[in-house]
Structures are given as structure tokens and as C-alpha cells.
Write a protein that binds this ligand. Structure first.
Ligand code: ATP
Ligand code: MG
Length: 402
């Protein structure tokens, strides 16, 4: 058997899922296949709790794609060898020489899932370690407690696997295993991070963006679509962005509501619309990038009044984070540089100088009596445009609003 290079996928938390485990693994495999769709085709294999991906001459590209698939704990480059000791020994030495070319401390750890193999795991480790010493003199030393590197040997039904070290995975759960939600996506720093955290827990997302064209420029929408493009890489499937025409609502609020309640009422409209778009798309929760105390609309009193318009769970993964922590995450995800582009958001266009920090529900409801609520909502939805965003580009969805 020829030595072959594979990537072995370790999945962490999935292991806890009992009966659903297979469903989770199947979803993970599909997501991996999608993440690799732009590379030359290959067969992703699943057997006995291991997912393996063959490497052609594109290992770095494959690792890069896999590092954005949630549900993967670690990605191990693996050598396969036929199931005889000499082949395993050779593969182990080659693997160690690559990982520690200048020598150092190591340890061999073996596992044998194929119990027909004539040696026990400790015997395999001993024989492999002995071979390495015999071949390399004093270049390597054994270190059982805290080795720099562990050479792993797994004797499995189909072959033996040897590996040493791994690339970190994105952790979390495979997208598609956690239900469907809408994310309110502004052009700011926070909401893309909230979207990321939704996806990380396996949630399939649709983005809703409120635009105030012509008060905000076309560049504002472009910015949101650029953010969505970065997020789409982690979604492992196209990401839909519903761009809601919010301008008429803002004008109506501005015309009849006291200025200090402008933001409160505007945000109550946003949640009503987000809920309706969610329902139409079989989504059952709303994510936002809110964090307590960040701005006037994010005090508990404001959130109480704003949240009151929807029965859907509103999930706020950033609720306890400081801005600094959110910024650090945005930088890691790759959305920060886009978020800080200086285009206006609809919230800033009509921003009152002194927004109400502790609004009252009864007052907000009374003010809304002066607005044609249903018509305003219906019109905004009719004028919603949907974009389908992939890592490679954006297309507008042309069929009927869904
Ligand atoms: P962000 O950086 O996400 O814009 P922010 O700190 O600017 O957040 P707000 O403007 O009060 O806070 O918005 C709070 C949340 O409401 C955002 O995180 C986002 O989820 C949602 N939101 C605000 N503006 C819009 C918009 N134009 N379209 C869609 N969602 C929005
Ligand atoms: Mg904002």
C-alpha cells in the first residue's frame, strides 16, 4: 500500500450528542463538502467515528477551508500506512522528522481499533519508539510526561494512521444543526460578530438589513453585503440578506413622534419586521449585536420596551461583552476593517440629540397610535430586496419575496 496523505477531522462536542450523533456527523460532512466545493473534487470519508479528507497537492487550501467549518475541533495531517509494523514504523519516523526536523522530545501513543492486529497498543508504541531511536541515534529523546510532540498511531480496519500535531478547528457545532434564525445585520462592528456567534452554535442564518436609501448611500448597502460575504465563508452555504426599505417608516416616525422616542419606536418597527421576515423564512429567533448599556437603546429599560413587540426569542450573544472584546472578535473574524468604513447607518440618520434612555412602554404604545402601523410594515416588506451572498459574490434574488 502506498503512503497517502489525508486530513483527519476531529470533532469535539458532537461526541456528546448520543442518538443524534449521526445526524450531526452527516451535517458536518455535507458542510465540509460544501466548503471544499471550489477545489478539485475528492471523496470525504466517514468510518468508525473518523472523518477523513484526501489531500491532493492542495493541503494548505483544504486546511484553510476546513478551518472555517464549525463543528471541527482539530484538523490532523495524517500519513496512512499498511497494517504491518515496518510500514507503521517508517511512517512514524517520516512524520516525526517533519514535525521536529532538528530533534527534540517526543512520545508515541498508539490506539488499536482493529483488534485483529497482533500487537497491543503499548507494544506498538514501544516498537515504534525503538525503531525511531535505532534509526536516528541520539537525535530524539523520549519524554513521557510533557513531550514536545506526540506521534499518534492508530491501527484501524482500513489502514494504519500516523500523525503528529494538528491545526485548530473553528469548534462549535455544524451550521444547520441548530435551527434557523434571522440576524439583524447593520453595517456596524457588533452585529457581524453576533452573526458569527449564531453560526458557531450551528444556527442557519438569514440576515435582515434596514436601509434608509436615499438618506444613506448605496455604499451603506454595499458595506453590509461585503460583511455578509465574509460571514458567508463561515456559513458553508449561501447567506441571504433581506434589505428592507425602512425610509418611509423613519419619515413617518419623524413626522409624528416626539424626537426623544424616535429611536425607541424605530427599533420597535425593526423587530416587528425582523419577526415577519423570520416567519416567512421558517426562522424562529432573532439575533442582534446588542450589549447592555452600550447606547441609549441598549439600556434594560429600552430593551424592555423595544422587545415587547415580538414573541420570538431575541438572542443577544454579545450582551455581556465590552466594546474592546467585540472589536477583538471582529478582527479575528475578518469583519472589522469593513465595519469601520465610514458609511452611515440608518440609525444615525435620524438620531435625536437626546434619545430617551428610560422609555416607557405605555408612552411608546400611545405614540404609535398615530401611525398607520400595518400599512407601513406591509409597504416596507413589499419593497424588500433579497440578495444571495456567497464568498465569491452577490446576486439579487429575482423571484417573489419569500
Ligand atoms: P452594530 O455595531 O451592530 O451596528 P451598534 O452598537 O451600532 O451595533 P445599534 O445601532 O443600537 O448598536 O444597533 C443594535 C443592534 O440592532 C445591532 O447590533 C443590529 O443587530 C441591529 N441594527 C441596528 N441597525 C440596524 C440596521 N440598519 N439593519 C439591521 N439591523 C440593525
Ligand atoms: Mg449600529
Amino acid at each position: 500500500m502506498q503512503e497517502q496523505q489525508l486530513l483527519m477531522i476531529k470533532y469535539g462536542e458532537l461526541g456528546l450528542k448520543g442518538k443524534n450523533k449521526n445526524q450531526f456527523i452527516n451535517r458536518l460532512v455535507k458542510n465540509i463538502e460544501r466548503a471544499l466545493a471550489d477545489l478539485p473534487e475528492r471523496k470525504v470519508n466517514v468510518s468508525l467515528g473518523r472523518i477523513t479528507v484526501p489531500v491532493l497537492d492542495d493541503r494548505d487550501a483544504v486546511v484553510e477551508r476546513l478551518s472555517r467549518v464549525f463543528g471541527i475541533y482539530a484538523i490532523c495531517p495524517v500519513r496512512t500506512a499498511s497494517k504491518d509494523l515496518a510500514a507503521i514504523q517508517r511512517a512514524a519516523l517520516a512524520t516525526l522528522s517533519e514535525a521536529l526536523p532538528n530533534g527534540g522530545e517526543f512520545k508515541v501513543e498508539s490506539r488499536r481499533s482493529d483488534k485483529r492486529f497482533p500487537m497491543t497498543s503499548p507494544e506498538i508504541s514501544k516498537a515504534v519508539g525503538g525503531y525511531i531511536f535505532a534509526q536516528t541515534g541520539d537525535k530524539y529523546t523520549a519524554q513521557m510526561r510533557k513531550p514536545q510532540h506526540i506521534v499518534n498511531v492508530e491501527v484501524r480496519d482500513e489502514a494504519a494512521y500516523v500523525y503528529c500535531g494538528s491545526f485548530p478547528g473553528a469548534k462549535g457545532m455544524p451550521v444547520g444543526t441548530g435551527g434557523r434564525a434571522v440576524v439583524m445585520l447593520s453595517g456596524g462592528i457588533d452585529s457581524p460578530v453576533a452573526a458569527f456567534m449564531a453560526m458557531k452554535r450551528g444556527v442557519n442564518i438569514e440576515a435582515v438589513h434596514f436601509e434608509s436609501f436615499p438618506f444613506t448611500s448605496e455604499r451603506a448597502l454595499e458595506k453590509v453585503l461585503d460583511l455578509a460575504q465574509v460571514l458567508a465563508r463561515w456559513h458553508n452555504r449561501p447567506l441571504r440578506v433581506h434589505a428592507v426599505h425602512f425610509t418611509e417608516i423613519q419619515k413617518a416616525i419623524h413626522a409624528v413622534c416626539p424626537e426623544e422616542y424616535g429611536i425607541t419606536i424605530m427599533r420597535r418597527f425593526m423587530f416587528r419586521l425582523a419577526e415577519q421576515i423570520a416567519s416567512r423564512n421558517a426562522a424562529i429567533a432573532i439575533y442582534t449585536g446588542e450589549s447592555v448599556g452600550q447606547v441609549a437603546s441598549q439600556t434594560l429599560e429600552s430593551m424592555y420596551v423595544i422587545n415587547n413587540v415580538t414573541k420570538m426569542p431575541v438572542l443577544r450573544p454579545l450582551i455581556g461583552f465590552d466594546k474592546e472584546e467585540i472589536v477583538a472578535r471582529a478582527q479575528r473574524i475578518g469583519t472589522f476593517d469593513i465595519s469601520i468604513r465610514p458609511y452611515e447607518d440608518c440609525c444615525t440618520v435620524f438620531l435625536p440629540p437626546h434619545p430617551k434612555i428610560k422609555p416607557r412602554l405605555a408612552e411608546a404604545e400611545a405614540m404609535e397610535q398615530n401611525l398607520a402601523l400595518d400599512e407601513l410594515l406591509a409597504e416596507a416588506l413589499t419593497r424588500t430586496k433579497t440578495y444571495i451572498v456567497t464568498p465569491d459574490g452577490v446576486t439579487e434574488q429575482t423571484d417573489e419575496f419569500s
